[in-house]
Design a protein around this ligand. Structure first.
Ligand code: SAM
Length: 272
């Protein structure tokens, strides 16, 4: 039988990238199962072809993202729903969208088989139109350019401290907080960093003004009024660690960012 497939240009990159990652067998299966014959007029336009994440990789991704009861996890481009169903088996609530109705049918069937229909929801939808703001964890297996298109929305709308875990594809110059290889597949984890750019008045064990700059989770800046000195550090979600070097003396400050305040042990800071 000859089948013609319709998919957006980016799916071709997926084909190449995934094939380079040794996913050829999965891709062949995915291509056959995931894309409708051209004769079906209302076939979805895919930005990424369907290749399921191996279950052992799903398990490790959710372990790394510490998915647990009380969490709300999303997978946009959810395929047969395996990430969302696995999250629900760990006690979390999950929401998956896929533009392909065939995938959503499979996802609902899988949720039923796993006995987790009360904790999951699947919807036929375009991933670019969905809200990320309520998620504690976002799982994805998309493409680097799609990750990059989603990146501003992730950084601006997801809660600081929420986790993003991706199979195979990274996020450009937003370096992962953790990377590992599981069954020959790359897995990346990021913590959405709190926003700390600006001027902070530090009080407590020390008193100073810090002018912080921020690039993703990396922080650097100046100490107001100091003849010499610098501040550098990083964020892991809302947790901040700063190394302040002033007049040759180095001090480490650890704290938690809550909006315009940072609370540490023996010190605090307020954004001015
Ligand atoms: C590589 S698969 C990943 C499936 C699943 N997340 C997993 O890891 O097993 C990508 C999925 O994205 C879906 N997809 C492609 N373009 C989409 C879009 N614009 N909106 C929503 N889903 C899309 C495809 O139908 C496919 O199921």
């Amino acid at each position: 039988m000859i089948q013609r497939f319709a998919f957006a240009g980016r799916a071709v990159q997926s084909l190449c990238a995934a094939a380079a990652l040794g996913l050829t067998a999965g891709l062949t299966a995915g291509l056959t199962a995931g894309l409708a014959p051209a004769s079906a007029q209302q076939e979805p336009r895919l930005d990424v072809i369907y290749v399921p994440t191996p279950q052992e990789v799903v398990d490790r991704m959710l372990e790394l993202a510490d998915v647990k009861a009380g969490d709300f996890m999303i997978d946009f481009g959810c395929g047969d729903g395996r990430m969302v169903v696995t999250a629900a088996k760990r006690g979390a609530r999950g929401y998956g969208v896929d533009i392909n109705p065939v995938r959503i049918k499979e996802a609902n069937e899988n949720a039923k088989k796993a006995g987790v229909t009360d904790r999951v929801e699947f919807k036929i939808a375009d991933l670019f139109k969905e809200d990320l703001s309520k998620a504690d964890v976002m799982a994805m297996y998309l493409l680097t350019d799609i990750n990059l298109r989603l990146r501003p929305k992730i950084l601006d709308t997801m809660k600081p401290g929420s986790r993003v875990v991706s199979h195979a594809f990274a996020m450009g110059d937003w370096k992962a907080d953790h990377h590992e290889v599981v069954s020959n597949k790359d897995v990346y984890l990021w913590y959405v960093p709190a926003k700390v750019e600006g001027k902070w008045e530090v009080t407590g064990s020390d008193t100073m003004t810090l002018e912080l700059g921020q690039t993703f989770q990396m922080v650097s800046g100046k100490i107001g009024g100091a003849k010499s000195g610098s501040v550098s550090g990083r964020l892991k979600g809302k947790e901040i660690t700063l190394t302040v070097v002033r007049d040759g003396k180095s001090t480490e400050l650890k704290g938690t960012v809550e909006g315009n305040e940072i609370k540490g042990s023996g010190w605090q800071a307020r954004k001015t």
